[in-house]
Design a protein. Structure first.
Length: 142
């Protein structure tokens, strides 16, 4: 199995960390909900350029009803996450907000077991437990 996913995951982590730093600075004097809107517009424009450059546009009719349902639900969850994240960043320290946001790692593992039938190994659960302990340690540090 290729480890190519690992490079993309690491890139995601780097960009996510920069998101917190850039957003914290950019939120000064701006409503967090409006800032989320600006961020979303930038993402849409960047994706339009990327899809056009890479010729990855697909006809909307190629998506099934299930695709539509779960992509819409994912979009709504993403939007709610971004709104909450930006509000938290506006009110708190990035060094506290970002790690607590990463509690999503623990929740993803639990939801993957419940909804996707995944079965993490004992080593996986140990790592997930350590992430949870780290989040609690960071959240309760003050």
């Amino acid at each position: 199995m290729s480890n190519q996913w690992l490079y993309w995951a690491l890139a995601s982590a780097v960009f996510a960390s920069l998101t917190a730093i850039f957003a914290k600075v950019g939120l000064q004097g701006v409503d967090s909900d409006f800032a989320t809107f600006i961020r979303t517009v930038v993402i849409i424009l960047a994706l339009i350029l990327f899809l056009t450059y890479t010729s990855k546009w697909q006809p909307l009719s190629s998506l099934s009803g299930k695709n539509w349902l779960f992509l819409v639900l994912s979009g709504l969850a993403t939007g709610a996450s971004w709104l909450a994240y930006f509000k938290a960043l506006q009110m708190g320290n990035a060094s506290q907000v970002a790690p607590i946001d990463k509690f999503s790692l623990v929740l993803v593992a639990i939801f993957a077991v419940i909804f996707l039938g995944e079965r993490p190994s004992n080593q996986d659960w140990l790592g997930i437990g350590l992430v949870a302990a780290g989040v609690l340690t960071l959240a309760l540090k003050r």
